[in-house]
Design a protein around this ligand. Structure first.
Ligand SMILES: [Zn+2]
Ligand SMILES: [Zn+2]
Length: 124
């Protein structure tokens, strides 16, 4: 997930290193989501750089803040997520800002309708 400009200052120094450690050391390049995104049960099988098992798009692992607070970079608050899981996890927040959601969904290579409509079928 691209970091929005208005939130950039909220990420700590060293965020790139923290995020890398979570994604490629702790998670070993595999999505750590075990259903937090509410779209599946069990652990997501997406692996960074491989075709996503559901979308077939190349997987780009991101690091999600489970409490959606960028300042909270405790390991227990961070989860390596493929773009599909991350978009679904953040979808309720994104629904409040649909234009960002569409741009981010496109940038992440996901079907925009999934991110927009799964939690908000009325398109509101
Ligand atoms: Zn995933
Ligand atoms: Zn997931």
């Amino acid at each position: 997930m691209p970091i929005r400009a208005e939130n950039k200052a909220r990420y700590p120094r060293g965020w790139a290193r923290i995020s890398f450690r979570i994604r490629f050391v702790r998670a070993a390049g595999r999505c750590e989501c075990t259903g937090q995104c509410r779209t599946h049960t069990g652990r997501c099988a997406a692996v960074h750089g491989s075709a996503h098992p559901v979308t077939k798009s190349p997987v780009v692992l991101t690091t999600a803040h489970l409490d959606r607070t960028p300042e909270n970079c405790d390991d227990t608050n961070l989860l390596a997520m493929c773009q599909r899981c991350h978009l679904a996890y953040d979808a309720p927040e994104h629904a409040a800002n649909a234009s960002h959601t569409r741009a981010e969904a496109r940038a992440a290579g996901c079907e925009p309708l999934f991110a927009l409509d799964f939690f908000n079928p009325e398109g509101l």
